[in-house]
Design a protein around this ligand. Sequence first.
Ligand SMILES: CC(C)(COP(=O)(O)OP(=O)(O)OC[C@H]1O[C@@H](n2cnc3c(N)ncnc32)[C@H](O)[C@@H]1OP(=O)(O)O)[C@@H](O)C(=O)NCCC(=O)NCCS
Length: 147
Amino acid sequence: MSINIVRATKEMLKDNIGKILEIDVSVIGEKWAASNFLVDLPGKWEYSTLAFSGDELIGFAIFSYKDPVVHWHRLAVDDSFRRLGIASLMVKAAVNLMRLNKIQTITGKIYKTNAVSRSFCKSAGFSETGESGDNILIQADIAAISL
Ligand SMILES: CC(C)(COP(=O)(O)OP(=O)(O)OC[C@H]1O[C@@H](n2cnc3c(N)ncnc32)[C@H](O)[C@@H]1OP(=O)(O)O)[C@@H](O)C(=O)NCCC(=O)NCCS
């Protein structure tokens, strides 16, 4: 199996939107439509990454820049490809791009009941810093990301 991690472009998301929405069904919490994936945001096409197995899109990690931090919006992997380190590879590639631009902090939020995502974040080096409604707020110092 040959897995490629690439920087996301809007064209790649458009071309693969059907598969992206199929994978996204498994995200617990706020639902996203195609427009959420395709909207332009500062830094989005700089820091977001995608995973492909051959020509097949199998994962996405969506980030944007919210001065002075990078915000993590969405992360999911096709369920046939989970637990193979693919989310780790996508986040690692994104973090490497952030390091080049001297970004120091990533923030995000995850649904409280999303135990898998909480486990992933903990293993990657994120801390849970608070709560907002049904979500846990998470944060990582880029230097502490251990992927
Ligand atoms: C969360 C998610 C993206 C992880 O993707 P993945 O490619 O399977 O993750 P990785 O293989 O890189 O896992 C890295 C580490 O995260 C933790 N982890 C991942 N899946 C886990 C699970 N099912 N149970 C417990 N811990 C888990 C482990 O510590 C794992 O390291 P290990 O395999 O060496 O033990 C994937 O499960 C997913 O798409 N979930 C549904 C969507 C979602 O909830 N997204 C997050 C909210 S936006």
